[in-house]
Design a protein around this ligand. Structure first.
Ligand code: DAH
Length: 373
């Protein structure tokens, strides 16, 4: 027979003495309070709430107590652990808040500070517009063709049916280029238009020829809001069997719709160019008022001066003399051509009032166009 249970004596279990439990609790609370950062708190947490912490050990001892003593001991240990966990959570969130605040200050970036990194740079809106126009024609099967800016007079004028004494030749305000001896009769000019690339393209290829020719051109104009001595043009030339003026018209309409949106149209006004016959001036519907300003004084349009149309450039059916100069049989082949200024196109398309803004190279002008690299 076993001996009767000894009466409960709490002194028997060291770890469960009330003073021990209170001391363990107080030590934990003090350690949490003393933890200066989250790393220190993590260590204090292991020491005071981990498996080997005094309170965890005390908790384990409860089972070893006589049944009648367990409830009181359990309550005491439970309360101590509750207080410890609560203090731990409070310290944890206080330290986290402190850290977040510090990170906000330490890692703050002053976005208003001037930056010293060199901007990557981007292409000029003239370039991107020119490429967009090229793309329209490349998608239709055209080839991009280029020629020199320093051009022989023969290509710039003669082959285009402008004889030396042709009056149109003087209207081109040409930069003549002196030769090495200083004689102005070098036969070279800074090309006054991109039309000489028509000649070069026809000489280089057998028809059918479909080319789009972007490039820089020069005239002795003073720089002002609507003129610049250096400007860009885009030229188009199609030479094939059976091409007519209606092919030209359809091509122009397609271009303005592609550039300015659905519903855009062009119109042709009779004009004279030596290299085309018949020739026309091409206009497009004003993309801003769409013609609605015409005869409507309440809605004036500054873009087209309420005329409803904007002049784009020149065009026509290729003069047979040009074909002959290039060795193309005009009985078999015909063609159409047009050319226009790219700065003017950019001004219309983006509402630029002064041409100087386009060419001065100030990034404050170009930046709003976005950066295509
Ligand atoms: N080359 C002309 C100019 O600069 C523009 C032009 C007119 C081009 C008629 C053409 C054309 O191809 O057919 O003023």
């Amino acid at each position: 027979m076993s001996a009767p249970n000894k009466s409960y004596d709490p002194v028997e279990v060291e770890a469960l003495k009330p003073e021990e439990i209170d001391a363990a609790r107080d030590a934990a609370l003090a350690a949490f309070e003393a933890a200066a950062d989250l790393d220190a708190l993590r260590e204090a947490k292991i020491a005071h709430t981990g498996d080997r912490s005094p309170l965890a050990l005390a908790n384990r001892e409860i089972g070893a107590l006589p049944p009648q003593a367990r409830a009181a001991a359990g309550k005491r240990v439970g309360q101590a652990r509750g207080a410890v966990n609560k203090a731990l959570a409070a310290r944890q969130s206080a330290l986290e808040a402190e850290r977040d605040e510090r990170v906000l200050v330490e890692e703050a970036v002053d976005v208003t500070l001037p930056y010293d990194r060199a901007p990557a740079g981007a292409r000029h809106p003239l370039t991107t517009l020119s490429e967009r126009i090229e793309d329209i024609f490349v998608a239709m099967g055209y080839e991009v063709a280029e020629g020199p800016e320093l051009e022989a007079e023969w290509f710039n004028f003669d082959a285009l049916n402008l004889d030396p004494d042709h009056p149109a030749r003087s209207t081109h305000d040409t930069f003549f280029v002196a030769d090495e001896q200083g004689s102005p009769d070098s036969g070279l000019v800074l090309r006054t238009h991109t039309s000489p690339v028509q000649i070069r393209s026809l000489l280089d290829r057998e028809p059918p020829v479909y080319v789009v020719c972007p490039g820089r051109t020069y005239r002795t104009d003073e720089l002002d809001a609507t003129h610049t001595p250096v400007f860009g043009q885009v030229e188009l030339l199609a030479v094939d069997e059976g091409l007519t003026m209606s092919d030209l018209k359809g091509t122009l309409d397609h271009m303005v719709v592609s550039l300015f949106g659905p519903g855009m149209r062009t119109r042709l006004r009779p004009n004279y160019f030596p290299f085309t016959e018949p020739s026309a001036e091409m206009d497009m519907v004003c993309f801003r008022c769409r013609g609605e300003s015409v005869g409507n004084p309440d809605r004036p349009c500054r873009t087209c001066s309420s005329e409803g149309w904007i002049e784009l450039g020149g065009c026509g059916v290729v003069n047979p003399r040009v074909l002959i100069a290039c060795g193309v049989d005009p009985e078999r082949y015909s063609g159409f051509a047009f050319g226009f200024g790219i700065e003017r196109m950019l001004m219309f398309r983006h509402g630029v009032a002064d041409m100087r803004d386009i060419i001065e190279g100030d990034v404050r002008f170009t930046r709003p166009f976005g950066s295509e690299i």
